[in-house]
Design a protein around this ligand. Structure first.
Ligand SMILES: *[C@@H]1O[C@H](CO)[C@@H](O)[C@H](O)[C@H]1NC(C)=O
Length: 512
């Protein structure tokens, strides 16, 4: 039996190179996701007016309320739909162009729609906005998966959690920037809204200029491309030291064990027993993340703030305040995730969300009868956002990177991404009806989903902190009920033509 070399335990340093590549890829890619979730919020009245005017100049009559609502909700929800399509493209693109290559290619889906949205008013067409939001949804769907994969593969394992949270941090920064630019006397007005929408192209241009100077994921170079020279060079730059043998060795060990499996397709992944519980876990965490209603809470916040006596003109500043809390808490999560571990943040986060939902339901119910209840409602919303920011929002990406190895990671991200975006789309579509039908009780549903996810994580999801990718698959192998010999059979049944020697090496490498 082989052993993982002891010196793998050495601590990886946070080098300038690693910091810069993290900042550039997250600002250039993850930022777009957050920005486009929130940018459309504040200019809604002006954009609807534009839709109305355009419609009337074409047909000679003004758009009816129902046509306008339909066009508008389509404009909003076509974004997560694009995100879904983007996640389906993840696996083919990252394996073909590489991680960095995909991020560079992805700028097409950001710069072109930015120009389209900027010109939409001049061109007198709202269809352009709808198509552009679909395209930028593809950009968000790709970047929400590829950035964590790229950074997760490049980070030393003691920093993988902290760096893995940075994409989520830039999503929240994107949301906050859109909220700030969306203030009425900044860009959230008659003249400014096309600029507000088009600003999303700027980070993409910066990424296109600067990312080419940074290395491709060494893991991708070595394992997918078999290019050790390039992997070694990249790793030296990332670690800032000459001796990277230990890490190359660890990658090679992973590589050997993976040769047996080959690249898993999504179909293979779904029927592959050694990865069954990992797969169920990432599906559960992504559904829990989205179906716990974080986007719906943002949606509902305005009316809660209004009824709490905040004047309409100030609601936008309260919204910016909530956005800031979100950013600060996500930063905190990045700082503590490698010290405290993933499990505790997930459990605490979902727990807080459950309590906040329960309290919010009560507060909304009593809003009319008790005068100070609206303030409790505001507090509940803020607490919910805090709870979501420290665990449920950022951690599932980290765990998805850590639970799968090189051969299955692209397929896993494809599944996780699809679940994420479809759930996002569902909540966006269903919440208005839920709110109408259940009133204050709609939040009980979100609370229950948070609680169920918490219970699942408590019993099933292991701590992945400071473990090598191989060690994590070791832990999960027990849950999947697999011993070395069945493992071998499973692998063999997938790749019947495999030479026995390679397979033996694989078993040795995966089961110490
Ligand atoms: C469309 O614009 C006209 C004129 O400004 C207005 O009277 C009408 O209410 C608008 N339609 C909708 C559905 O808002």
């Amino acid at each position: 039996m082989e052993k993982v070399p002891e010196s793998v335990e050495q601590k990886g340093k946070l080098t300038l190179m690693l910091v810069l590549v993290t900042l550039i890829s997250t600002f250039g890619s993850s930022f777009q996701y957050g920005y486009n979730v929130a940018s459309i919020n504040s200019p809604t009245p002006f954009m609807k007016e534009f839709y109305n005017q355009t419609y009337s100049s074409r047909t000679g009559q003004y758009a009816s309320e129902s046509i306008l609502v339909m066009l508008w909700s389509f404009t909003v929800s076509v974004f997560p739909l694009g995100g879904f399509v983007g996640s389906l493209l993840v696996a083919p693109l990252v394996n073909c162009f590489g991680r960095k290559g995909t991020l560079l290619f992805n700028n097409v889906f950001s710069i072109i729609p930015a120009i389209m949205m900027g010109c939409s008013e001049l061109a007198g067409s709202f269809e352009i906005i709808i198509v552009a939001r679909f395209l930028i949804g593809i950009c968000a769907g790709l970047s929400s998966n590829v950035v964590p994969m790229y950074l997760g593969e490049m980070s030393p394992k003691n920093l993988r959690g902290a760096i893995g949270v940075v994409p989520q941090l830039f999503i929240t920064i994107g949301i906050l920037m859109a909220q700030i630019f969306g203030i009425r006397n900044v860009l959230g007005n008659h003249k400014g809204w096309t600029v507000l929408l088009a600003v999303t192209g700027i980070p993409a241009v910066l990424q296109l200029i600067f990312l080419p100077f940074f290395p491709e994921s060494p893991r991708y170079c070595l394992i997918q491309k078999g290019d050790e020279e390039k992997a070694r060079k990249g790793l030296k730059r990332l670690r800032g030291c000459e001796n990277v043998d230990v890490e190359i060795e660890e990658m090679r060990l992973e590589d050997h064990s993976e040769k047996a499996e080959g690249q898993l397709t999504v179909l293979n992944l779904c029927s592959f027993r050694p990865l069954r519980w990992q797969l169920i876990s990432i599906i559960a965490m992504n559904m829990g993340q989205q179906l716990s209603g974080i986007n719906a809470v943002y949606y509902y916040a305005d009316s809660i703030y209004s009824s709490a006596g905040v004047e309409d003109s100030s609601v936008q500043y309260v919204t910016v305040g909530t956005g800031s809390v979100n950013v600060v808490m996500t930063m905190l999560a990045a700082l503590i995730v490698d010290a405290l571990g993933r499990r505790i943040l997930l459990l605490t986060g979902f727990g807080i969300c459950f309590i906040a939902c329960a309290m919010l339901t009560m507060a909304l119910k009593l809003q009319e009868s008790i005068s100070w209840m609206p303030y409790l409602s505001i507090a509940c919303v803020v607490v919910f956002v805090i709870g979501h920011a420290i665990g449920p929002s950022p951690i599932p990406y980290v765990v998805t990177t850590e639970m799968f190895r090189q051969s299955s990671r692209p397929a896993a991200f494809m599944v996780a991404g699809s679940v994420h975006w479809l759930s996002n789309f569902t909540v966006g579509l269903i919440f208005p009806y839920l709110e109408k039908g259940l009133g204050p009780y709609s939040f009980i549903i979100f609370g229950v989903i948070s609680l169920l996810t918490l219970i699942y994580i408590y019993f099933i999801v292991p701590e992945t902190k400071n473990k090598t990718f191989l060690e994590v698959s070791q832990i999960m192998a027990k849950r999947n009920g697999l011993e070395a010999c069945t493992d071998s059979k499973e692998i063999h049944s997938l790749n019947p033509g495999l030479p026995v020697v390679v397979e033996e090496a694989a078993i040795n490498a995966t089961t110490f």
